[in-house]
Design a protein around this ligand. Sequence first.
Ligand SMILES: Cc1cc2nc3c(=O)[nH]c(=O)nc-3n(C[C@H](O)[C@H](O)[C@H](O)COP(=O)(O)O)c2cc1C
Length: 194
Amino acid sequence: MKTVILYRSKHHGNTKKLVDAIVAAHPEVDTIDVATLGKNEYPDLSSYHCIGFASGIYYGKFDADLRRVADHVLQAGDKVFLMITYGGASKDYGKDMAAIAQLKMASIVATHGCVGFDTWGPFKLVGGMGKGHPTAEEVQGAVDFYDTFERDYGEILVNEYEKRAKRLAWEAAHPRGGLLDDIKRTAKKIAGKR
Ligand SMILES: Cc1cc2nc3c(=O)[nH]c(=O)nc-3n(C[C@H](O)[C@H](O)[C@H](O)COP(=O)(O)O)c2cc1C
């Protein structure tokens, strides 16, 4: 399975710890830190069977740059997993990315998250929350998540990718000709029925 993880980890590098551990265990996984991309730079991810988005949660959401990039790069039929670190868990985290994926007709196949050290706002005054997180176990938890994901979905995602590639190639070789041709076809059908 060819995987790329796009990530943003701007607070304490908590999310990056999870991403780095996955790459250490799976050197074949590519990563893109969206902080290194130019404002109008959108990588071509069409050769990947699977796309991961990983981010800290900032004001209840994925990083804004990561969301913008997701909005530009996702294609219909893409298979996606999400990874987050947060100060305090909420079932709402990830809904913003799910909405983007849905509009692009991409599917979110799995989500993983854990607590990350948080010194945002008032928490700074008390020395931060979640000190020491992600722990070694939580970092290993992210690797286990990816292992399980690849074991359970790897073959399926590769098959789905190949099916889509075949369909796109067929469509490219057999252009439908646009709206006018559709109207002509419909008119012929109606005429034929009479
Ligand atoms: C500006 C800012 C806003 C944050 N907002 C939230 C939030 O709404 N909910 C939450 O659970 N954690 C929040 N956090 C905590 C981060 O999600 C947490 O520390 C995360 O692990 C940061 O990941 P990173 O080090 O990879 O950037 C916020 C942190 C910052 C800096």
